[in-house]
Design a binder for this molecule. Structure first.
Ligand code: TPP
Ligand code: DXP
Ligand code: MG
Length: 628
């Protein structure tokens, strides 16, 4: 096994060129075998095996800096930098991350997870290198999907002035998670048909420069000349016109060709873009056939590709998907938006039924928010379904374009709270804080599947922006009968007793309900309230509770800072209400990967830990009062 000879970075340089193809085969087999057990991002990784091998062959780590956009395709890079053993605990708590992490290896130059950051970060490295008079290569690898994100263009625009080397690899596999969308995607499709060239390019560029440039008609003639030949002999003219040397398209599974292209690219004085064509899922038939399904997968049966665990119950996303289709059927003003996550957010069904009212804007959440604002200003009622952590990208747009104009945009904030194995970059643990501070924004969260449906129907009728947050995973189906109509700004009392009152936010209801049962078993009375509205806060309910309770406990899966608990504490403080508030929330920190249940235990937000914390606090309160 050649793979066994790769124990650390640069070991690959010891293999001869003929052995590299065999190594690629062994890596593929290893990835399929390991990911079939742990789950992970399979298809993107299978597509970049040769590309990564060529990069590791030509460049030297950790001196040279490789930046992987999104980072979900960095598994071969991890193998080639001595982390093969880490795949047994890939994305597990305490185990290896599925994304590049500087804290994991000096060969990981930059942490990623969210899309379209690699060119900006790479350019920063280049400028730092040049300012410090250092000598290393910087290579940013960005996918065609990630190239739909605006930040990539801001960075290209900014990089165009460079006079020193900066290598950008455009890994074009014709796919985002689902089919890629938009004008750039169409443009790349045209480039794919052109031939790989290096020497030829120089000749053509020089020839163009030699055409005399006097008089308007002459300039027009040059333009015509350029445009008539551009797709034939100078592909990538768009990049070239910006001042970025284009090399490609390069067959991305030919290691020899890739190595030659990288050696050429190293010689360019300025930014150079290598357009590399790869196949998502390469080498594993089920993933080649259905790359979307194998973009991110749970454990599966290698022989069939079928998932090992089939979901038996609906997820919150499934409920959203069904209800939004029903709403769309009855309300022609409802249009939906996704930022390249049609499958993940459950909008694919809507797209099939109402294609004209479905918009995939690409990986462009900021644009998605402002686009929604425009739709709303034009009389539609847009619903932007977006993961909590990706919506962070649209913060100014939420304030400036939606909130300020009080436009009726619905944000269906999926993957809110802990998401699990994607870890730090993907945990949806900040949205209550960043949404809660936006004037005019209403923020709600359902306790169970039924309430998600009711809240969605409420939101599309509401004249102003509404964010509904719900988590990844199975939708809670308990408490079906507690289905009083959603009333603006009003919470829902589930059990009314005295002494301790729990107010839970959204899906934490399930854990809060278990906590209440445990508290009752210990012998204390305990009320349970479903907050429903995080913003506006139901102040009247807190006033009422304070008459019969000594301790109000808030329970939410959001960081403490700026969350629901702080809102309640602030209300109590400002109104001089004589009640103690205990805010149970996530720490003000980044939370690593691992199963949600395990992570909840780690941060003491599981029912057992919460019961202990609440009872301890309550006993202390009682003792203090006895002492008075
Ligand atoms: C800001 C942001 N939005 C959405 C995503 C979800 N996402 C992860 S990978 C991906 C598709 C990326 O496509 P591409 O860059 O072409 O890489 P490929 O998977 O094809 O290798 C998307 C939409 C993300 N990681 N970050
Ligand atoms: C890499 C990335 O950002 C996505 O592929 C993400 O991992 C999807 O997460 P879900 O599995 O929650 O849809
Ligand atoms: Mg792609």
């Amino acid at each position: 096994m050649l793979l066994e000879r790769i124990e650390k970075e640069n070991d690959i340089k010891e293999l001869n060129m003929e052995e590299l193809d065999q190594l690629a085969g062994e890596i593929r087999e290893f990835l399929i075998q390991k990911i079939s057990l742990t789950g992970g991002h399979l298809a993107s990784n299978l597509g970049v095996v040769e590309l990564t091998i060529a990069m590791h062959r030509v460049f030297t780590l950790p001196k040279d800096k490789m930046i992987w956009d999104v980072g979900h395709q960095s598994y071969t890079h991890k193998i080639l930098t001595g982390r093969r053993a880490g795949f047994d605990a890939l994305r597990k708590y305490g185990g290896m991350s599925g994304f590049p992490k500087r804290k994991e290896s000096p060969c990981d130059a930059f942490d990623t997870g969210h899309s379209s950051t690699s060119i900006s970060a790479g350019l920063g490295y280049v400028e730092a290198r040049d300012l410090k008079g250092e000598d290393y290569s910087v290579i940013s690898v960005i996918g065609d999907g990630a190239m739909t994100g605006g930040m990539a263009y801001e960075a290209l625009n900014n990089a165009a002035h460079l006079k020193t080397n900066f290598i950008i690899v455009l890994n074009d596999n014709y796919m985002s998670i689902s089919e890629n969308v938009g004008g750039m995607s169409n443009y790349l499709a045209q480039l794919r048909t052109a031939d790989f060239y290096t020497g030829l390019k120089k000749g053509v560029t020089n020839a163009l420069h030699k055409i005399p440039t006097v008089g308007d008609h002459m300039i027009e003639q040059i333009r015509r000349t350029k445009s008539s030949i551009k797709q034939l002999v100078v592909p990538g003219m768009l990049f070239e016109d910006m001042g970025i040397t284009y090399l490609g398209p390069i067959p991305g599974h030919d290691i020899g060709m890739l190595c030659r292209a990288f050696r050429e690219a190293k010689k360019v004085e300025g930014p150079v873009l290598l357009h590399v064509l790869t196949q998502k899922g390469k080498g594993y038939a089920p993933a080649e056939k259905d790359p979307s399904r194998f973009h991110g997968t749970g454990p599966f049966d290698i022989s069939t590709g079928e998932p090992l665990q089939k979901a038996s119950k609906d997820t919150y996303t499934d409920i959203f998907s069904k209800v939004i289709c029903d709403i769309g059927k009855h309300d022609p003003n409802v249009a939906v938006i996704t930022a390249a996550m049609a499958d993940g957010t459950g909008l694919s069904a809507f797209a099939r039924y109402f294609p004209k009212r479905f918009f995939d804007v690409g990986i462009a959440e900021g644009h998605g928010v402002t686009f929604a604002a425009g739709l709303a200003a034009g009389g539609m009622h847009p619903v932007f379904a977006v993961y909590s952590s990706f919506l962070q990208r649209g913060y100014d747009q939420l304030i400036h374009d939606v909130g300020l104009q009080n436009l009726p945009v619905v944000l269906a904030v999926d993957r809110a709270g802990l998401v699990g194995s994607d870890g730090e970059t993907h945990q949806g643990i900040f949205d209550l804080s960043y949404l809660g501070g936006i004037p005019n924004m209403t923020v709600i969260s359902p306790k169970n599947r039924w309430e998600l449906a009711d809240m969605l129907r409420f939101a599309v009728q509401f004249d102003g922006p509404v964010a509904i947050r719900y988590p990844r995973g199975t939708a809670y189906d308990g408490y079906e009968k507690y289905r009083a109509p959603i009333c603006y700004g009003k919470s829902e009392v589930i059990y009314e007793e005295e002494g301790i009152a729990l107010i839970s936010v959204g899906h934490m209801f399930e854990e809060a309900e278990k906590t209440r049962r445990a508290i009752k078993k210990i012998g204390y009375n305990c009320s349970l309230i479903n907050a429903r509205f995080v913003k506006p806060l139901d102040g009247e309910m807190i006033d009422e509770l304070s008459k019969t309770h000594r301790l109000i406990v808030t329970i939410e899966e959001n960081i403490l800072c700026g969350g629901f608990g702080e809102r309640v504490s602030d209300y109590v403080l400002k109104n001089h209400i004589p009640v103690q508030v205990l805010s149970l929330a996530l720490p003000d920190d980044y939370i690593e990967h691992g199963s949600v249940d395990l992570l909840r235990r780690e941060v003491l937000l599981d029912a057992d830990s919460m019961t202990k914390r609440i009872v301890t606090e309550y006993v202390q309160l009682q003792q203090e009062e006895e002492r008075k």
